[in-house]
Design a binder for this molecule. Structure first.
Ligand SMILES: *[C@@H]1O[C@H](CO)[C@@H](O)[C@H](O)[C@H]1NC(C)=O
Length: 238
């Protein structure tokens, strides 16, 4: 049988367009993101300190500059190519140990991304109820659709969705922030990308909102081992 090959994706590395996450002073914000995409966590406090604790519950440790983690001038934290293992609590405090801002970030695995093209009749993942202690609902929390990539002719637009878990009467949470150290693995638990055809007139006044997003999925059949390939600038959607 022929090996199935999907070569999907990507866009320009986010050199100038990394995602900026911000949260109100002294607040805790939860955020799901897709791994492999650079992000900046905002903390506007000169000489602030950043601590990190993973979802496995170990003690927070001070983040010092590492190749993939950089404190920017002004104290915001830049994470380059963040991985699912970096899911956890990012705590920014001032030099009196007072909280400035906290982020609980779930870096969902880009290599498990479920990609569907609506206009080709491909279905996104269905909601599923799982037993994890009690019954919980696993569903995709979608970002808004991005703008169409072309105007005045057929184009495509995309949106990202993150795995969320909801308990009855509770505010849903990104899956791995909900699960914490619990080792629940389920094929429903993955981020999604949905693409659909679009046709919009050209409006030169409007700025196009089409953030770049990187993911690489290169899979050879089910029986062979998976292979990952990074191919900057390639896309089947151009
Ligand atoms: C899946 O669950 C979410 C969250 O409760 C809900 O908003 C959404 O409409 C559901 N989708 C379907 C297809 O039932």
């Amino acid at each position: 049988m022929l090996a199935t090959l999907w070569l999907l994706s990507l866009s320009l590395p986010t050199l100038w367009a990394q995602k900026l996450i911000s949260c109100a002073y002294k607040s805790l914000c939860q955020q799901a993101l897709v791994s492999g995409n650079d992000v900046v966590l905002q903390c506007d406090y000169p000489k602030a300190l950043w601590y990190f604790s993973s979802i496995l519950g170990e003690d927070p440790f001070l983040l010092s500059s590492m190749p993939h983690i950089k404190k920017l001038p002004g104290s915001s934290l830049q994470l380059t190519n963040p991985q699912p293992s970096q899911t956890g609590l990012y705590h920014c405090q001032d030099n009196d140990n007072a909280l400035v801002v906290e982020y609980e970030v779930d870096f969902q695995d880009a290599t498990a991304l479920h990609v569907t093209h609506e206009s080709l009749g491909q279905e996104p993942l269905q909601n599923e109820t799982l037993r994890l202690g009690g019954h919980v609902l696993v569903f995709t929390h979608w970002e808004p659709w991005q703008d169409c990539n072309r105007c005045g002719g057929p184009g495509e637009r995309k949106r990202l969705g993150y795995c969320y878990i909801g308990e009855p009467q509770e505010k849903p949470m990104p899956c791995w922030l909900y699960l914490r150290a619990e080792k629940a693995r389920h094929s429903r638990m993955r981020p999604e990308l949905q693409v659909e055809a679009c046709l919009v007139p050209c409006d030169h006044v409007k700025e196009i909102n089409q953030p770049y997003f990187i993911f690489d999925i290169y899979q050879l059949g089910k029986l062979t081992n998976n292979m990952w390939l990074t191919c900057p600038l390639a896309s089947i959607y151009r």
